[in-house]
Unconditional design. Structure first.
Length: 354
């Protein structure tokens, strides 16, 4: 029997993807919290999986919505979701809130952005978002924005002058600077510039699979050397064919540990706990979704109509326990597995949110 580890997902989704409007959301470019279904199954599955806390994506990521008002509305929606489920969910503002969630058998909800566009040109919004409970802000999505280049921006230019000011403001407000989806030069520059350790909450290792969404050893090592955190995702980018398996995730975790050390690596699945029940129906919808993303210029190399945006044999309520079993089979100690499954993220949160 595996040890009862604290499980913290550095980037995930709380949703029942089988609900009618949640499935329909696969056709949309924007990610709207109104499209999520936080029902009895969603919550029961989260508890059954052993999840202690998850960084969820809210606010503007991409699409036609006005970023700032859309983001404020999304925060209100999540505040209401948590208020409607006080026995099961709790808003995370500090690392101690994660510890309390585990003690109280609730799931901690960490508010995070996957694009910093909602800041606009107003640095005072950084503090405003902090005051509203946002604790993670990713600088860019795949494309370039006014802060810097994302992983799919061909110029790989790094941060803009305003982007450097935003990094400073995020550190001043003690918000995690997440460099997932960033271009290589953006990641390296922000890591060197930041006065607090930064994170890459969901990524893979480019040394294993050479795709833009994966990070180079130089990026991984620099983030770790400066006290940061790296989360490995359960995404198709961990296998060159796009048909990723659980063992591929293990290989990326082990490589990251070798590069970063055992105190910097965790998990950021980029997926739900609740499984999609009808994969055939989902597969039929997926081609349209991928085509929409590509047409809008927001897709990533490695996204294809024939590849799921998750690891097929590492999903559902057993996903974390299966990963633990695989890590045990590879000879990792319980101490090291404990760090990977949640303790490293918790220690990083202590360093940033204190």
């Amino acid at each position: 029997m595996s040890t009862d580890y604290m499980i913290i997902n550095a980037l995930g989704i709380l949703d029942n993807p089988n609900a009618e409007h949640s499935l329909a959301a696969a056709h949309k470019l924007s990610q709207d919290s109104d499209d999520l279904t936080i029902d009895a199954r969603t919550i029961a599955d989260a508890h059954a999986s052993g999840l202690t806390a998850v960084n969820i994506t809210l606010g503007y990521t991409l699409g036609d919505a006005e970023p700032y008002p859309h983001t404020l509305r999304e925060i209100e929606i999540w505040d209401r979701i948590i208020a409607d489920n006080p026995g099961d969910l709790v808003k995370v503002l500090t690392a101690d809130d994660i510890r309390a969630a585990r003690r109280d058998r609730r799931v901690g909800i960490i508010y995070g952005f996957q694009n910093a566009v909602a800041i606009g040109d107003d640095l005072t919004r950084v503090k405003q978002f902090h005051d509203l409970g946002v604790r993670v802000i990713q600088l860019t999505y795949n494309q370039a924005n006014h802060l810097g280049d994302g992983s799919m921006a061909p110029e790989n230019r790094g941060l803009t002058a305003f982007g450097r000011e935003v990094v400073e403001a995020l550190c001043d407000s003690r918000i995690m600077v997440d460099l997932s989806h960033s271009g290589e030069h953006t990641c390296l520059e922000a890591t060197r510039l930041a006065t607090l350790p930064v994170s890459i909450n969901h990524t893979g290792c480019r040394a294993l699979v050479d795709l833009p969404r994966n990070k180079t050893d130089e990026e991984l090592r620099l983030v770790a050397e400066r006290g940061g955190f790296v989360g490995i995702y359960f995404m198709p980018f961990v296998n060159a064919t796009g048909h990723a398996r659980a063992e591929d995730v293990v290989e990326h975790i082990l490589h990251a540990v070798n590069v970063c050390g055992e105190d910097a690596v965790g998990i950021g699945t980029d997926g739900t706990v609740t499984s999609i029940d009808d994969l055939d129906a989902y597969r039929a919808r997926l081609a349209e979704h991928v085509a929409h993303r590509q047409a809008a210029g927001v897709g990533a190399a490695g996204e294809r109509a024939d590849t799921f945006p998750f690891v097929e044999d590492l999903r559902g309520v057993d996903q974390f326990h299966k990963l633990i079993r695989l890590l045990e089979q590879r000879g990792l100690s319980s101490t090291r597995i404990e760090k990977i499954m949640g303790a490293n993220f918790l220690a990083y949160a202590d360093r940033i949110w204190s």
